[in-house]
Design a protein around this ligand. Sequence first.
Ligand SMILES: Cc1cc2nc3c(=O)[nH]c(=O)nc-3n(C[C@H](O)[C@H](O)[C@H](O)COP(=O)(O)OP(=O)(O)OC[C@H]3O[C@@H](n4cnc5c(N)ncnc54)[C@H](O)[C@@H]3O)c2cc1C
Length: 357
Amino acid sequence: MDRYDIIVVGSGPAGATFTRILNENNRVLMVDRRPLDKKPLNVIKNCGGLIAPDAQKALAGFGLSLPVDILVTPQTFAVETLDFDNNMIRSYQRHYVNVDRELFDRWLLSLCDTQNVQKSFSTHFIGAKKTKDGYIVTLKKENKRYEVFTSMIVGADGANSKVKKDLMQKENKPEKYVSIQEWFENKTELNRYVAIFDNEISDFYSWVIPKGQYIIFGSAIKENENVHKLHQLQKEKLARYGYDLSAPVKRSGSYILRPKSFKDISLGTKDVVLIGEAAGFISPTSAEGISYAMISGAQLAQALNKDMQNFASLYRKNSTSLRCNIIKKMLKYPFMYNRFIRKIIFKANIGTLDIKT
Ligand SMILES: Cc1cc2nc3c(=O)[nH]c(=O)nc-3n(C[C@H](O)[C@H](O)[C@H](O)COP(=O)(O)OP(=O)(O)OC[C@H]3O[C@@H](n4cnc5c(N)ncnc54)[C@H](O)[C@@H]3O)c2cc1C
């Protein structure tokens, strides 16, 4: 049986950043169920692909700049906010970078090509059994199951983390939303982002994002609601505003977490550790998760590089500001999601853009 010091489950921004920063003394296996070694073809990562200022700052802090071939047109700096609860529209300046999310992930992954890291794609984490000095992990590739031994498992497997579900059952579970995204031809040459607040659909939000020749429409709806019906209803409402969302060319869906307190963040133990959205790191107000994923991945790697024995307490310490950041975002919550407060803000035109066409 192959033996590793660390198995990283998931090679999204959290797993890729962790692996890139971890020093080369550890024998690492990184697995991902996505076929990340094959051409992108029809694979679509369910994401808006907007690199927010916090993610830009994190990349700058890593000394990285984005390669031009992962950028997508248009690069636009306005978000139009449709408030269906109050029947109001306002525009704001926003500083996102528009990328192809699948290519962004592959670029981050390409930066962790070191001898000590073995990568295995189209490989599913199936489960793990505890032994006295580590875990026997079951993986599945091309319908074949096999086992490997590891001293430590790093769960970087996103919102629906199987590592957390199987190995950390007592941990708190943040609220889960289901997010469906559909792609449509951009027939009207939409060149701004659109955020939709509509309590009839969700207490979170929906969005339209231009992406090359397409626009993406997505919504985040509580998992126990009638997600498909509400998603459809939101499209019908948008049609009244001139959005042609009648013929999707691609569709994807996934969970999205909404942490609301410190308890919703689970960092793990000394042999099963969580990073990124698996740990609950994501903004509860905007669903921006790329920065949290990269930063938490880096913080765990730095803790391990510094002190293998006491890394768990170091990781907790390193990530204090990231955890506090989620609570800070919660302070913004009523201003965005309470319809009465939002109406006052909109009426007062606080921070709005005066769009001259
Ligand atoms: C619809 C939608 C839109 C979003 N838009 C934005 C946005 O515009 N900007 C932003 O910053 N954030 C956005 N987010 C949030 C962001 O995508 C995530 O928070 C971020 O990707 C988390 O990174 P991660 O590395 O923790 O997990 P992920 O990026 O989810 O990566 C997890 C990886 O684990 C792999 N995996 C999962 N289970 C297994 C398994 N059992 N075995 C093997 N591999 C496994 C997956 O294939 C995946 O590659 C959006 C989320 C959604 C759902």
